[in-house]
Write a protein that binds this ligand. Structure first.
Ligand code: ADE
Length: 300
């Protein structure tokens, strides 16, 4: 009996996420990279055919891309927080492995913010559902991301690529931390610079990550500061005009981005704390959550 129970238990752990492609009705492509893509689909097993996002490899992907997909599967099994993208199911044994993820109807936060800029000029299709982004929205986005990151810190997970392009916006303007690693075209995206073998998002990286490949929750806090700058500028690209090759030297000499015009001194002082040269001098996500929470509830 113990053996049977044990094997049933193992089988259960695997079958918990088991998803068949016959349960999916595929729709449009949401994102595509060199080796992976995300496709919108409908889960026909749910009553209202709930929309989901299916992450899969493209033909030509090699074993390291498969490993990346399987690692993401492993990692997502243990995360459960309203501000982190959720795993719904997976098929990892067939010849077309895929992950089924919760669908975020507004797509990436960066694209949402950039689209919101065009609202006043009537260039946006009302169908897209983008609304004007207010100061309260921006503070709420920062606060939600802090909460998600606080959770990842608790479960000892370092993100390494925190940026507006990796935050999804779901129904009700809920931020979901995600990682497109595989599916974003890091070869086309100018945010990633080739340095030795890897392509790295230089302008989001803390000095110690640039110098020594050291990634910690404190280097995530640095990236969070850059992400806040992206929110405030409605999706601008950080360090405009500065070649990424020169950045490390500038940062080591104390250079930091200046305060955007529409950013209060209070908020900017928080960003500056995230960009402390000493990782231990940077605030925790817990502290940041409290700061944004109090800013959010002020009458603005
Ligand atoms: N693009 C990539 N992942 C997505 C998701 N989960 N929802 C919507 N768009 C996406």
């Amino acid at each position: 009996v113990p053996i049977t129970m044990n094997s049933e238990f193992k089988f259960d752990a695997d079958s918990k996420w088991k998803f068949h492609k016959e349960w999916l009705e595929f729709d449009e492509v949401l994102g595509e990279g060199e080796f992976g893509k995300v496709v919108k689909a409908f889960d026909i097993q749910t009553e209202k055919k709930k929309a989901v996002a299916v992450k899969m490899l493209k033909t030509g992907a090699n074993s390291s891309e498969l490993i990346a997909l399987l690692s993401e599967f492993q990692l997502l099994q243990d995360v459960s927080h309203p501000n982190v993208i959720k795993l719904i199911g997976a098929s990892t044994d067939g010849d077309c492995p895929f992950l089924v993820l919760e669908y975020a109807k507004y797509g990436s936060l960066r694209s949402y913010l950039r689209l919101s800029r065009k609202l006043d000029t009537c260039e946006v299709d009302p169908e897209v559902g983008v609304e004007a982004v207010t100061v309260k929205d921006i503070l709420s986005f920062a606060w939600q991301i802090c909460k998600g990151m606080g959770y990842l810190t608790e479960i000892k997970l370092v993100h390494r690529d925190l940026a507006a392009r990796n935050i999804l916006l779901a129904e009700g303007k809920i931020c979901k931390i995600s990682d497109f690693g595989l599916t974003r075209d890091i070869y086309e995206d100018s945010a990633y610079l080739k340095r030795s073998r890897e392509r790295v998002p230089v302008k989001w990286m803390a000095p110690e990550s640039l110098a020594d490949h050291v990634y910690t929750t404190k280097s995530d806090v640095w990236s969070f500061g850059i992400l806040c700058w992206e929110l405030i500028t409605l999706g601008a690209s950080p360090y405009p005009g500065i070649p990424p090759q020169n950045l490390y030297h500038l940062l080591k000499n104390g250079y930091r981005m200046e305060r955007p015009e529409n950013c209060s001194e209070t908020v900017f002082s928080i960003l500056r704390k995230c960009w402390a040269d000493d990782p231990n001098g940077r605030p925790s996500f817990k502290y940041l959550t409290i700061q944004f929470e109090s800013l959010m509830t002020f009458d603005l």
